[in-house]
Design a protein around this ligand. Structure first.
Ligand SMILES: Nc1ncnc2c1ncn2[C@@H]1O[C@H](COP(=O)(O)OP(=O)(O)O)[C@@H](O)[C@H]1O
Ligand SMILES: O=P(O)(O)OC[C@H]1O[C@](O)(COP(=O)(O)O)[C@@H](O)[C@@H]1O
Length: 323
């Protein structure tokens, strides 16, 4: 078990609707609706806690609607070190259609002021100075209004100075800022990394080249996910590729967060690289079968792992080609 801090600067209440088919401009009547305390770092934390890690969540929460978060955190098994700020945490709508298509509507979030940021920095410093400092830090998700790229870069630099690997999962301009900060790991999907790569990353070869470039730039774990097409991972431990099992994709929201948590779990648990990648890929495939994060306690999780294909690309070893 490891101690991990998961930071979400812009958390969200995820309002997930399941619909036959979305009809724009009309009244839609979903078959189900669910509201959950979420945001990328919260989701990663939730998965890590379910795997037995000692997880603290932090970032900014709106003090006017923090009840669903405060109620959910004990249930998720995470410790709450969020800084409360005036206002409401955003609500993000997730519209999942029977076809598997998901439409995300992610709000901008609450404005953050420099005093709130200073409180967060003090809170994080306190966590790092504790008798049992964290063994990894995750920063995940978008930036709220008031946190610009320069400030985000400074925050990442501050976090890097602590003695724990820094994992960052974000998109858009923040992803470029994160890559420039050279954290221990990044996990963009193929669309999110296209800007940085300078072209679309449609093929395995293009993704491998991009992951190798990321790794060569100083990022120890360069991870590129591509939905059902799987993952490219370049690290000191080699160049690895995985293909998830074939599952019915009911709701792909949280798949990326689940994957990040699965990788971090494998590395913190000192699993072999092929076992780490197999575990994380299978766990994220488990997640897409339902609303919310993936669970390693699913009855058929062993079978999902056996159906996950992992291979090493920088030598001739093929691992776990069981399907
Ligand atoms: N349709 C799918 N079938 C099986 N696994 C999936 C599917 N979509 C996503 N996954 C799993 O979730 C991981 C992350 O999904 P991806 O869509 O690439 O990330 P993000 O959610 O960050 O956009 C993938 O690497 C894969 O293992
Ligand atoms: O901070 P962003 O980029 O707006 O993303 C927030 C959204 O991402 C999620 O964390 C899901 O992320 P993934 O699908 O990439 O795992 C949702 O819970 C949340 O609404």
């Amino acid at each position: 078990m490891a101690r991990v801090i998961c930071i979400t600067l812009n958390p969200a209440l995820d309002l997930a609707f399941n619909l036959e088919a979305l009809s724009l401009g009309h009244v839609n009547r979903p078959t189900s609706a669910q509201l959950e305390a979420a945001g990328k770092g919260v989701n990663v934390a939730r998965v890590l806690a379910s795997l037995g890690h000692d997880v603290t969540v932090s970032g900014f929460l709106g003090q006017d609607n923090d009840a669903p978060f405060s109620l959910a955190f004990p249930h998720y098994g995470v410790k709450d070190a969020f800084v409360r700020v005036p206002g409401n945490t955003r609500i993000n709508a997730k519209l999942a259609e029977q076809s598997g298509r998901v439409t995300d509507i992610n709000g901008p979030g609450m404005p953050i002021e420099s005093t709130h940021l200073n409180t967060l920095l003090e809170t994080l410093d306190g966590l790092f100075q504790s008798a049992t400092p964290p063994q990894a830090v995750v920063v995940a998700g978008s930036l709220p209004p008031g946190i610009d790229q320069h400030t985000f870069g400074e925050l990442l630099t501050t976090l890097k100075h602590y003695d724990a690997p820094l994992w960052v999962d974000t998109s858009g301009p923040s992803l470029l800022t994160a890559i420039a900060a050279k954290p221990a790991a990044v996990k963009p999907n193929e669309t999110e990394l296209a800007d940085w790569a300078g072209s679309a990353l449609k093929t395995d070869a293009q993704r491998q080249t991009a992951a190798e470039r990321l790794h060569a730039s100083g990022i120890e774990n360069a991870l590129i996910s591509a939905g059902a097409e799987g993952v490219l991972w370049v690290s000191r431990q080699g160049v690895w590729q995985s293909t998830p099992p074939s599952v019915t994709a009911t709701n792909t929201v949280c798949a990326g967060d689940t994957f990040v948590a699965g990788m971090l779990h494998g590395l913190l648990s000192h699993l072999a690289p092929q076992d780490t990648l197999r575990f994380a890929t299978a766990l994220s495939a488990e997640a897409v079968r339902h609303v919310g994060v993936g669970s390693a306690h699913a009855d058929d999780f062993d079978s999902l792992q056996q159906q996950t294909w992992v291979r090493r690309l920088d030598d001739t070893i093929t691992e776990g080609a069981t399907r």
